[in-house]
Design a protein around this ligand. Structure first.
Ligand SMILES: Nc1ncnc2c1ncn2[C@@H]1O[C@H](COP(=O)(O)OP(=O)(O)OP(=O)(O)O)[C@@H](O)[C@H]1O
Length: 342
């Protein structure tokens, strides 16, 4: 499959140069056309900072300190590095080639402009579509994302839409220019469970229909199965495991991934008690000398876990950052603890 986005050695830090606090360290991954990659991890693990860094949308005082984000362009055009791209290039790329959907749809919608006009505006700005044609496109898009009576609803203001409908409208806006990449940061977290499932179904359908690459940022492993092909797990600003969703769920190679799976509420549905992970993610700027998960890990040993930084090791399509992974695998792997003790 063709790569559309290549992220290499991406690092993000907060604060002035003299007192820089690293938030994301040396993150690399690839997004391929038609493929969905989930970026998962507990709150504070650096998922949002990674996603925002891709499009130059980091908050004030936070910046990319190393790495590249290469967006591959169609035809013979050279790839664009979104880290070094200027503001005008980024403004052109955002919404046209790479679109983003956030947790709160109201953050993306202007309350004083009708929903149809906001979607049409994306078309006009990026593709130069005429006013009437852009208005028709907006109605078509609202229909495509499941808004009933799209012709009438296009003339309504965002506050007249329910939460789920607003998120559908934001997805319509994001897909208006058929981007190559969709970044969705916790797109269903603020919605009711039944609506969450509908929005995830919509994202998967649209991703498939348009052959887009999708990066889905979530703390909820329940949304990953059935939505994404690959999974990248972040802990304390670093990738600790990456692989196909089925392979990682069946045979997690990092104790943190195994702990996340055991903590997932879906475990309750299989008759297992979800097992909370003891402790918390270490605060940024205080990295221990060895593995950052060591103090919470059921499999830790002072040597090798606490002695030196642990590298991400790639074997085939899997990557893992655990000094004991080969050893643990030899002993039968990290079966999900809840399954080991029904
Ligand atoms: N504006 C900011 N300035 C400095 N540090 C920040 C800022 N925003 C977030 N952070 C810190 O960056 C780290 C990574 O945060 P990030 O939001 O990427 O985590 P996350 O995995 O997306 O978690 P969540 O799911 O809660 O958003 C956290 O320690 C957070 O406190």
């Amino acid at each position: 499959m063709t790569h559309v986005l290549e992220v290499d050695g991406l690092s993000v830090a907060a604060g002035p140069a003299a007192r820089r606090v690293p938030l994301v360290h040396d993150v690399s991954f690839r997004l391929r056309a038609g493929e969905a990659l989930a970026l998962v991890g507990e709150s504070g693990s650096g998922k949002s900072m990674t996603a925002l860094a891709l499009l130059g949308l980091l908050p004030r005082g936070v910046a990319v300190t190393a790495g590249s984000v290469r967006l591959l362009e169609p035809g013979d055009r050279p790839p664009l590095d979104l880290v070094t791209a200027g503001t005008r290039t980024l403004a052109d790329v955002r919404g046209r080639r790479v679109a983003m959907v956030f947790q709160d749809p109201m953050a993306s919608l202007n309350p004083s402009i009708t929903v149809g006009e906001q979607i049409a505006e994306v078309h006009r700005r990026h593709l130069g579509t005429g006013r009437a044609a852009a208005a028709r496109q907006a109605v078509d898009l609202l229909g495509a994302v499941g808004i009933k009576e799209p012709g009438r609803r296009a003339g309504d203001y965002p506050h007249t839409f329910s939460g789920g409908m607003r998120q559908r409208a934001v997805i319509a806006m994001a897909l208006a220019c058929e981007p190559a990449v969709l970044i969705a940061d916790e797109p269903t977290t603020a919605l009711d469970v039944t609506i969450q499932a509908q929005i995830l179904d919509l994202l998967v359908r649209m991703q498939d229909d348009l052959g887009m690459a999708m990066l889905l940022v979530t703390h909820d492993l329940g949304v990953v199965a059935g939505t994404c092909h690959r999974l990248a797990v972040m802990y304390a600003g670093r990738l600790v495991e990456e692989g196909g969703v089925g392979e990682v769920f069946d045979d997690p190679a990092h104790p943190y991934t195994a702990a996340l799976l055991a903590a997932a509420p879906e475990n309750a549905m299989r008759g297992h008690k979800p097992q909370a992970i003891p402790g918390t993610v270490p605060a940024p700027g205080e990295p221990p000398p060895g593995c950052a998960f060591s103090s919470r890990c059921a499999h830790t040993r002072p040597d090798p876990c606490d002695t030196a930084p642990v590298e991400l090791v790639r074997t085939g399509a899997r990557s893992v950052r655990c000094a004991r992974s080969a050893d643990l695998h030899r002993r039968g792997g990290l079966r999900r603890p809840a399954e080991a003790t029904p």
